[in-house]
Design a binder for this molecule. Sequence first.
Ligand SMILES: O=C(O)CCC(=O)C(=O)O
Ligand SMILES: [Mn+2]
Length: 202
Amino acid sequence: MTSLFPSDSLEVLPFDGSAQLFPHFLSALDANECFSALMSEVPWEEHHLVLFGKKVPEPRRSAWIADNNIHYTYSGVERTSHTWTPTLAKVRNALVQQTGHTFNSALANLYRDGNDAMGWHSDDEPCNGPEPVIASVSFGAERRFDFRHRLSKEKTSVMLPHGSLLLMSGLSQHCWQHSIARSKKVTSSRINLTFRFVTTAT
Ligand SMILES: O=C(O)CCC(=O)C(=O)O
Ligand SMILES: [Mn+2]
C-alpha cells in the first residue's frame, strides 16, 4: 500500500481542536481495491435508533470491528464486535505506520447512496477518552462532512474524497459536532472507516 502521507494536508477546523485532511492518504489504485474488498468482506448490518420513542432503521449500514477484549456500547446497546478482515487490517497498519497512533477498533459505515446519512454527533463517548484521536478513511462517492461548533454554532465543511484520511484530535470531539448530510446529487456508494482507540469498556 503506497501513501503520500503527510506531503499534502489541510487543517479544517479554525480553532478548538484539529481535523487534518490528507486528500491522498491512499493511491487511487489502493483505494479502489479497498473499496471493492470492503464491500464484500465487512459483515454489514442494519441497526436501529429510537427517534421520538419509535424504533427506526439507521439510514446506513454499519459494523463494529475490534480487538478481542474490546466492547462498545452505542445508544445504550452493546454492539457485537467483528474481527479484522484482511483489508481492514491493511488500512489499520497503514494508519499506524503513517500517523504513529494506535487503534484497537473501527466503526465501518456504508452509505448506499445520497439518501444515507449520519446525524449531528460527537465521538465523545467516555471509552474514547478526553481528547480522542479518530482516523476517518473514506472510499467511493465523495460526501460533504460538516462540523458545527457546540457553543458558537459556527459551521465549516470539507469534502471527503476517495482514499482520503481525516485525522481528528485534540478538542475536536469536545467542542464540535459532525455529520454527513443527505445529498440528492449522490447516486453511488461510499464506505467510511473511523478508527479509534477505546480505552475502557463502558
Ligand atoms: O462517514 C463519516 O465520514 C462519518 C462517520 C462518523 O462520524 C462516525 O462513524 O462516527
Ligand atoms: Mn463520528
